[in-house]
Design a protein around this ligand. Structure first.
Ligand code: ATP
Length: 353
């Protein structure tokens, strides 16, 4: 992978002394969609603004296609930014909005119209050139903002929570549009979100941030299946962590349950991450982890069952329609190795890079 944008040792403190980024190192590869994912306040927007050139880092460098752009202005960086509030000019038509950056670049009127028409086709808004922003739905406004960014044909497209003002159906559509545009046009996209499902569904690569640092970098699958920390495991889904023991054969013991073996594991205490779908539930028997059903909820394709056990309350996700378990029913739980990850102690947080 050619390194499109290198973020090297970037730190940033605000005027009130708050340090929002602590030496962040990431590379954003060309022609891929990379997301910055993390809870509110972890520094995603701060990092995106530094990349965009809207702010400057206290320390560190931004290297774009081999060129140091740290002290270059936003205009000199050849990138486009789409915010969560679409920031359309309210008294300009769709076409005028889309042409805004092209006008600034001094393109001829004919070239502007041509680029605008292409961009509107890409986002499915052809025919709406003359509409004003207040005559558009929220989804159409967001598509207009996207067309405005695409018309500039930037080296990198920066999207800051682009779906957060949309309802859930529209979110899905626009998310799919963004992903398909990125793949069709081979765009380099840096996408900020706090929603792990959104990040998983659109990304080639996810950068998980925690309190101004990188917690882990990897493909959506890597992060889900091989989280390096409890923070990443919990952030990527409904995972629960347990203390467990690995024996000399590499079998993981959790209470009466055994998982594995994995010859790569060393004997001793470990933390394991268990996803709700890794549990199997069966009528009470002498095998498995004994428990009592507390409550269950039918979710359509799957059913949630909460079970009280000696290891605590456990959420089990079983495919529907499965056997119905009445409240108070005694059951046995089993674990399949799929859906269980072992957290290895003292791993370097960027090890998956
Ligand atoms: P969100 O998902 O809520 O947008 P974020 O991950 O994008 O959050 P940032 O906006 O980058 O987070 O903020 C990172 C930290 O820096 C937060 O603790 C925030 O309060 C702080 N911060 C952001 N802007 C400023 C500012 N101008 N002055 C002081 N502190 C700031």
């Amino acid at each position: 992978m050619r390194p499109g944008l290198e973020i090297r040792g970037v730190t940033k403190s605000y005027a009130n002394g708050y340090k929002a980024l602590h030496g962040v190192d990431v590379h954003i590869p060309d022609r891929r969609l990379t997301t910055l994912l993390g809870p509110s306040g972890c520094g995603k927007t701060t990092l995106l603004r530094l990349v965009a050139g809207l702010d400057t880092p206290d320390e560190g460098q931004l290297i774009f296609h081999g060129e140091d752009v740290t002290s270059k202005s936003a205009e000199q960086r050849d990138l486009s930014l789409v915010f969560q509030s679409y920031a359309l000019f309210p008294y300009q038509s769709v076409e005028e909005n889309v042409c805004y950056g092209l006008r600034m670049q001094g393109l001829s009127a004919a070239s502007q119209r041509e680029r605008c028409a292409q961009a509107l086709v890409l986002v499915g808004l052809q025919g709406l050139e003359d509409r004003m922003p207040h005559e558009l739905s929220g989804g159409q406004q967001q598509r207009t903002a996207l067309a405005r960014a695409l018309a500039l044909q930037p080296r990198i497209l920066l999207l800051d929570e682009p779906l957060s003002n949309l309802d859930s159906n529209l979110r899905r559509h626009i998310r799919e549009d963004i992903r398909s545009l990125q793949q069709r046009l081979d765009l380099t996209v840096l996408y900020v979100t706090h929603d792990h499902a959104e990040a998983m569904s659109v990304s080639d690569r996810v950068v998980v941030m925690q309190e101004g640092r990188i917690a882990q970098i990897g493909s959506p699958r890597d992060l889900y299946e091989r989280p390096l920390s409890e923070f990443v495991a919990a952030f990527m889904g409904d995972a629960v962590t347990f203390d467990a023991e690995v024996d000399a054969r590499g079998v993981v013991h959790l209470g009466p349950l055994q998982i594995g073996p994995d010859p790569g594991l060393r004997r001793g205490a470990v933390r394991i991450v268990v996803r709700p779908h890794a549990w199997r539930i069966a009528p009470a028997s002498s095998a498995g982890l004994p428990g009592k059903v507390l409550r269950s909820a039918f979710l359509g394709p799957s059913t949630e069952v909460w079970v009280h056990t000696t290891l605590g309350e456990i959420l089990v996700l079983i495919p529907s329609p499965g056997a119905a378990y009445a409240c108070g029913a005694p059951v046995s739980l089993f674990l399949s190795a799929q859906g269980v990850s072992v957290l290895l102690p003292s791993v370097f947080s960027n090890a998956s890079e």
